[in-house]
Ligand binder design. Structure first.
Ligand code: MG
Length: 381
């Protein structure tokens, strides 16, 4: 059985406020979408994005599909991208539900052993009213009513056929499945599996994350350092701290050789005492050849959140005679802050020469050192 997960993250999410769509905003020290992706780390993941968000998504390290004008069109595009690739079951999940518990995912998958569709939901427990203009006009029996959640799971060929047969928009994937006559089982959802929609939802999601991190002590502030070197080679640009700097040479490495981002990533792993980049992304593994280094940094930051911390600040020092870093430092800080989902004033990038001494002085390569602090995610009162 081959399971794929479609994560729908193409929405504009303007009800949530903020300067970017909600799935790209920060939550507990990592992007909302990083949490969502981490919940499905065991599976093949396809993320549907808005074409405008491609720069934000470039380093996610998962398959990307451009979304359509509606959620229905977006899911259809992702299903078509998976067609013929041997997938037997598919989970379709909202990118803005970052805290889906593993047990909910397991329930949906288990139910697919017995039904072509399955989805989590919670029974409605509040009394329901009908009304207009802020006056109660009547009551509504809540018996048999559910609040739908995701992931909604299906036999792949069945839901693909249902989407191909569905002419217009639909409320969700279950609606498309049912319109094709597919039975859909209801499994128990979870109150933590909230959809981040309004600004207040971020606070609630942060509180849930805190609740999962009760083993982190309030005074458990952590410090890590990282150091990296890459040699110059032929080329016409160097990647430094997420910015392409035009230069008459390149940097040699298995990935994009972003020496600044590597040192920062290692500083974060160091603070967690979770090894280094080479352990998480073995350099002999061909899938990381030429990789954009923000894949590594995003992983480290997701580990920070998963361990109950957030990044307090970081400081990167690039050591080289040339290229000159100063003109690019502001862009580098912004790039790193965006990847890590933290404020730019928590990110320092500076440079020094080594007074023409040693390998950096002889302009044989660039070295970088970095420090990162981690602080516990807001602690219990
Ligand atoms: Mg390196």
């Amino acid at each position: 059985m081959s399971v794929a997960v479609i994560i729908v993250a193409a929405g504009r999410g303007n009800r949530a406020g903020g300067d970017r769509p909600k799935q790209w905003q920060g939550l507990g020290g990592a992007q909302v979408l990083s949490h969502t992706l981490a919940a499905f780390a065991d599976h093949r993941r396809v993320v549907v994005i808005h074409p405008d968000d491609r720069p934000l998504a470039a380093g996610l390290g998962v398959e990307l599909v451009n979304g359509g004008a509606t959620r229905t069109a977006s899911v259809r595009a992702a299903l078509e991208a998976l067609a013929g690739s041997g997938v037997s079951r598919v989970l379709i999940h909202d990118g803005a539900r970052p805290l889906v518990p593993g047990v909910v995912i397991a329930r949906v998958l288990a139910a697919l052993d017995h039904a072509p569709g399955a989805a989590p939901a919670l029974p409605v427990t509040d009394a329901l009213w009908r009304g207009s203009e802020n006056a109660v006009a009547g009551t509504q029996d809540r018996e048999g009513l559910y609040r739908a959640q995701t992931p909604q799971g299906f036999w792949f060929e069945a839901i693909l056929a249902a989407y191909r047969a569905h002419p217009g928009d639909a409320a969700d994937d279950v609606a498309v499945a049912r319109s094709a006559g597919l039975p859909v089982a209801i499994v128990a959802g979870d109150e933590d599996n909230l959809k981040v929609t309004y600004p207040a939802d971020f606070a609630r999601a942060e509180a849930i994350l805190r609740g999962r991190k009760m083993d982190v002590r309030q005074d458990d502030v952590r410090l890590g350092n990282g150091f990296d070197v890459h040699a110059f080679c032929d080329g016409n640009q160097v990647w430094l701290c997420g910015v392409s700097v035009p230069y008459h040479r390149g940097l040699l490495g298995h990935s994009d050789a972003d020496v600044g981002m590597h040192s920062l990533t290692d500083a974060i792993y160091g603070a967690l005492a979770e090894g280094d980049i080479g352990q998480h992304f073995p350099p002999g593994d061909p899938q990381w050849k030429g990789a954009a280094s923000d894949i590594f940094l995003r992983h480290a930051v997701a580990r920070v959140a998963a361990r109950g911390f957030r990044l307090g600040n970081c400081d990167v020092t690039l050591i080289c005679e040339r290229p000159k870093i100063g003109p690019h430092a502001v862009a580098m800080r912004a790039a790193l802050a965006g990847i890590m989902g933290i404020e730019v004033d928590r990110v320092s990038v500076k440079a020094t020469t080594s007074e023409r001494l040693g390998f950096t002085g002889r302009e044989e390569g660039i070295a970088a050192m970095a420090t990162a602090t981690l602080v516990p995610t807001l602690v219990r009162a």
